[in-house]
Write a protein that binds this ligand. Sequence first.
Ligand code: GDP
Ligand code: MG
Length: 201
Amino acid sequence: MAILLVDGVDGLTAQDAHIAGYVVEEGKGLVVAVNKWDAVEDKTGTTFDQYVEWIRHEAPFLDFAPVVSISAKTGQRVHRVLELAVDVWAERRKRVSTGALNRLLTTASDRHQPPIVKGRRPKLFYATQASVAPPTFVFFARDAGSVHFSYQRYLENRLRESFSFDGTPIRLIFRERAGIRAARKVSKGRARTGTASKKSR
Ligand SMILES: Nc1nc2c(ncn2[C@@H]2O[C@H](COP(=O)(O)OP(=O)(O)O)[C@@H](O)[C@H]2O)c(=O)[nH]1
Ligand SMILES: [Mg+2]
């Protein structure tokens, strides 16, 4: 787990975003704590929401992380930081059943097919959750290497829509698997080879 401590007066700096990048790369859980909230002037009921929106805009790759405003000086909401960290920890250990995952995959790919990349349209057959912390999903596909980044993002969004995974990066792995038709061809070929070798004996 990582807590990214941001200065509420300075805002999210380039250095903060850089460090957050390491957290995502390492697949760690993340809570963004915005400190010195007491020193932010002329706050209204929407100041925090606006601040969060601004962070989302500056660092869209952190959109999965909960944000909390705190004050180390007054102690305001400081206890929330560890509470959120505990929540994220649980999210990281969540498992999605293979059945639920494949229902989601069917709905998602019916609604929106993977785009054609270099003349090939990948086909996703099925998926399974390979591990937790971070939650990691393996998708078996034809032309697995051609699943466009935007489509990976689409699938990630569908997963988060259904299962949240608040505060944790999730990983999607695309693995090559021959289609059912191709698999049949292979087994027919094997059967023929079997017959031929019998004859030759
Ligand atoms: N108003 C306010 N000041 C704070 C708070 N936390 C730290 N500071 C003050 O901010 C100043 C700079 O410290 P800080 O930004 O936390 O550390 P640095 O960035 O590593 O130098 C110090 O004078 C701290 O006392 C806070 O929650 N509210
Ligand atoms: Mg500082």
